[in-house]
Design a protein around this ligand. Structure first.
Ligand SMILES: Nc1ncnc2c1ncn2[C@@H]1O[C@H](COP(=O)(O)OP(=O)(O)O)[C@@H](O)[C@H]1O
Ligand SMILES: [Mg+2]
Length: 320
């Protein structure tokens, strides 16, 4: 195996699911994931993340396009590839009757080399649950077990599809720690998520996907800086019965890069909140507005998504 090749390289990936009409789930995706990085695909439900990752995992055939994983191709090198990758599916169906330890041992048996099952259980903090049946552990524990099944062969590359969806904050942080521990050993992680905080925390680089396409790629910091300011000033207010804010006026304030309004809250993107705030307050006061809210926060990957797509990441998609 040539370790100089990227972990993943795919070119013009397209996937159309048959039907009337067919669903064009992936519409020409190009990706290069380097070895040792944690690469994320961030996008809303239906963006094509699972379809893409399952093609990369060799579980789905693309309609067209080329995929190389660890310098190998699924058609000719299926066995070698399976040995070197680990997979955790979006909805992992593990046998409820097996114990946690039996499950780990089963997945360990798929690999010639790998972790000792107890070491894998320790890594995900499930030693105490070793004898529990899978059907009886909590959602967070089950998800940690799913991640453990993906890394027990200590693969070069691990795929995690929405590893923390539906979990409570503490369970999510536990999964993040496991991913970071795995990555710190020089391994490659490809994950999908619709949580911007997860992408920001875990990913060295990410692709923002929407409607089967990559709409932006970069480090989380670069993506946020691409907005043209790293802060959001959010303001709402009213005068008499008038709740609409004077957008033109807000846009003309010094250091304001852009203004968007949603649900009566105006969000002002800026690099310098300290420059924006005094004239903002003065201008609204002068126009007779009473402020009902004034906050500043760091700009986020969701703001990047909004700027590119006009929607929020976790907004329900309108069904046509
Ligand atoms: N097996 C399938 N048959 C038909 N359409 C599908 C199938 N799987 C997914 N889709 C559709 O493809 C699009 C992308 O889905 P998916 O890859 O699951 O997105 P994500 O993981 O980002 O939520 C969606 O419109 C979804 O309804
Ligand atoms: Mg999915």
């Amino acid at each position: 195996m040539n370790s100089h090749t990227p972990a993943i390289a795919c070119h013009q990936l397209v996937k159309s699911y048959p039907g009337r009409p067919p669903t064009l789930a992936v519409r020409g995706i190009d990706l290069v994931v380097e070895r040792g990085e944690c690469f994320g695909m961030l996008g809303p439900n239906g963006a094509g993340k699972t379809t893409t990752i399952e093609i990369l995992e060799g579980l789905l055939e693309p309609t067209s396009g080329d995929v190389e994983v660890l310098g190998l191709k699924w058609k000719s090198d299926q066995r070698r590839l399976r040995e070197q990758i680990g997979v955790s599916l979006q909805e992992t169906r593990l046998s409820e009757k097996l114990t946690v330890r039996e499950t780990i041992c089963l997945f360990r048996s798929f690999y010639a080399k790998g972790l000792d099952p107890w070491a894998a259980l320790d890594l995900v903090g499930l030693r105490e649950k070793a004898a529990a049946r899978v059907g009886q552990v909590s959602g967070g524990e089950r998800q940690r077990l799913a991640v453990a099944t993906a890394i027990v062969g200590w693969p070069e590359l691990v795929f995690l599809d929405e590893p923390t969806t539906g979990l409570d904050p503490q369970s999510r942080r536990q999964i993040w720690d496991i991913v970071e521990a795995f990555k710190s050993q020089g391994r490659t992680v490809v994950l999908t998520t619709h949580y911007m905080d997860e992408a920001e925390r875990l990913c060295d680089r990410l692709a923002i996907v929407d409607s089967g396409k990559i709409i932006a790629t970069g480090t989380p910091t670069d993506l946020i800086h691409s907005l043209g300011g790293a802060h959001m000033v959010e303001v709402s207010g009213n005068r008499a019965e008038d709740f609409s804010l004077p957008i033109d006026l807000l846009s003309r304030l010094p250091s304001v890069k852009s203004v968007s309004v949603r649900d009566g809250v105006a969000s002002l993107l800026t690099a310098s909140p300290h420059i924006v705030l005094p004239p903002l307050v003065a201008a609204l006061e002068q126009e007779g507005y009473r402020l009902t809210r004034l906050t500043t926060r760091q700009a986020s990957l969701d703001d990047v998504f909004v700027q590119l797509s006009g929607r929020h990441l976790n907004e329900p998609v309108a069904v046509a």
